[in-house]
Design a binder for this molecule. Sequence first.
Ligand code: SF4
Length: 334
Amino acid sequence: MRDMSAAGSSTAALTRMTEPARPRLGISTCLLGEKVRYDGRTKRDHFLTDTFGEFVEWVPVCPEVECGLPVPREPMHLEGDLSAPHLVTSRTGIDHTPRMRRWAKKRLDELAREDLSGFVFKSRSPSSGMERVPVFDADGVPRRVGAGIFARAFMDRFPLLPVEDEARLHDPELRENFIERIFCLQRYRKALGKRRSRGALVDFHAAHKLEIMAHSPKILREMGRVIAHAKDVRPSELCASYEELLVKALGLKATPGKNANVLRNALGYFKKELTADERAEALEAVEAYREGYMPLVVPLTLVGHYVRKYGQPYLGQQSYLHPHPVELKLRNHA
Ligand code: SF4
């Protein structure tokens, strides 16, 4: 397994030198089709490997194999204290928690240098599941309240990184939200670079106002206050406060109601250019989207058309119009 990772990392390094940077995401190795499961099988997820995989660079992690367990191996589960369960083999009762924790500490140090923008975990795994993993209590009753030992350690170490599991990513809204956060974080890192200047942050904020508004107008106002006082704090503190709010805002759902508000706001920039008919048609499309009769892509395409036609510079720079690769068709569901 580690050999495969080593080969993978040199290929990845070469790719980074020759192509524009793609977001780097951690992923549970079995989701990529590697036969690392306890029963020697795979849990390949075709959306992740064949579609989303075109736009990101995967950093595979299999906690059970990388901590030294063989394939195949005895299945395991979580048991004991619901808030700090142990990882135990299901037939022979061997406790692998200390081994897994030792390995995870080292592996998390390595992952801290991988410039990750997020992680896709394997659902329900006692090592890799991010939520609702069964924990057997003192009476042997399974309670779906746990997180896998490695997934818990990862989320504690990197609390601001977006995480999801492959089962939740089958939901179109959760999928769009996760992918949007990944690409926004990537743009944020690229815009701020290592120097993290006030000017770069102000520019980033200006270009992301509508995208943030679609998630939380309230947090957008808070971010505006942070930016307004940019000169009063050191750039590192400024960026830390801003980043926390950005992650918090994008973690909230962009509902049809909030998107409709953003679209109406955008149409307000064309008061002089649009005829009464054009304006009515655009507002009708926004309303039909809000009521669930058409996908977001329809009114957005109309707004994008007016932005190009009338050369509206403020809207033209808004990430809201292109937050993630159009090929992923994330805004095509009603
Ligand atoms: S769920 Fe995690 S530990 Fe289990 S095979 Fe997949 S990557 Fe390995």
